[in-house]
Write a protein that binds this ligand. Structure first.
Ligand code: ZN
Ligand code: ZN
Length: 271
């Protein structure tokens, strides 16, 4: 059984209103023994750089206090989901901010590619006027840059994030991206980092998580062992959502354990 949810957002994230206490209470009611809150840190958000960032001092104050309050009932990890970027004119700023933050006592850092070419694939505008195949390939190229450029993250988040949002009227054969995905995975494994299985899509009723089982299998076959499980909940009711299904998928992909990070060290638990 999976008893730890390692990816969720509280009201420290621009796109979540969840009181962190509610996340903890929900996790306890669902029998989880630990969670990690991983709020968004997406510096230099296009058009409004005050979005998707939090004040780290306040963050550690509030979550540190909650960790003590809930001690003995559930173990709270303090994490963040840091958005890596490859646009040439802002890489330096992102580097500076990441270097300031990574030395703070986070338990867990998820590295994610949310933005490419100043846009988020979540929005139709990202795809408009572009060849969808080329655009998705560029997204993976940005991710490859990110895994080569940044260190000090623990796992890479929802590796095929952009593939979720390819316009519905376009069919792109997922196998066309496997070569570049293999190069990305190789770098992640070589550097001693891990991957997450993100159940947000399963919670939404889709049949596959992010990344897809094809990618999870490939990672495992290449020797990848570190896998965390995260609901990516932005609302408390999604905490721990579809973890039974995630377990089945992980077992089917050849995993026997999942990892829980504390102080950036993975501890392994039987699935
Ligand atoms: Zn994300
Ligand atoms: Zn997230």
């Amino acid at each position: 059984m999976i008893l730890s949810d390692q990816h969720m957002h509280s009201s420290f994230s621009t796109d979540s209103q969840s009181d962190p206490r509610l996340l903890l209470d929900t996790a306890i009611s669902r029998g989880l023994t630990s969670i990690t809150i991983t709020d968004h840190m997406d510096c230099e958000w296009p058009e409004d750089n005050t979005q998707y960032i939090f004040d780290e001092k306040e963050y550690f104050d509030v979550l540190g206090k909650l960790r003590a309050d809930y001690s003995g009932r559930i173990d709270l990890g303090i994490g963040m989901e840091f958005g890596f970027r490859n646009e040439a004119d802002i890489v330096e700023k992102i580097d500076k901010r990441f270097n300031e933050l990574k030395v703070l006592p986070f338990d867990f850092i998820i590295g994610s590619t949310h933005l490419y070419d100043y846009g988020d694939p979540y929005y139709p505008k990202f795809w408009e006027g572009h060849n969808a195949y080329r655009r998705l390939m560029q997204y993976y190229e940005a991710t490859l840059f990110n895994v080569e450029h940044y260190d000090s993250y623990d796992v890479y988040g929802h590796l095929d994030y952009a593939a979720r949002y390819v316009p519905a009227d376009t069919h792109i054969e997922p196998t066309r991206f496997l070569n570049i995905i293999e190069v990305i995975l190789k770098k992640i494994i070589e550097d001693g980092h891990g991957l997450e299985i993100n159940t947000k899509n399963l919670n939404k009723g889709f049949s596959v998580p992010n990344p897809s089982p094809t990618i999870l299998k490939m990672y495992r076959a290449m020797g990848g062992e570190i896998i965390t499980v995260g609901s990516d909940a932005h609302k408390s009711e999604h905490v721990g959502g579809c973890f039974d299904k995630a377990r089945d998928i992980l077992l089917d992909c050849g995993f026997k354990h999942y990892a829980v990070f504390r102080a950036h060290k993975p501890e392994f638990y039987e699935l």
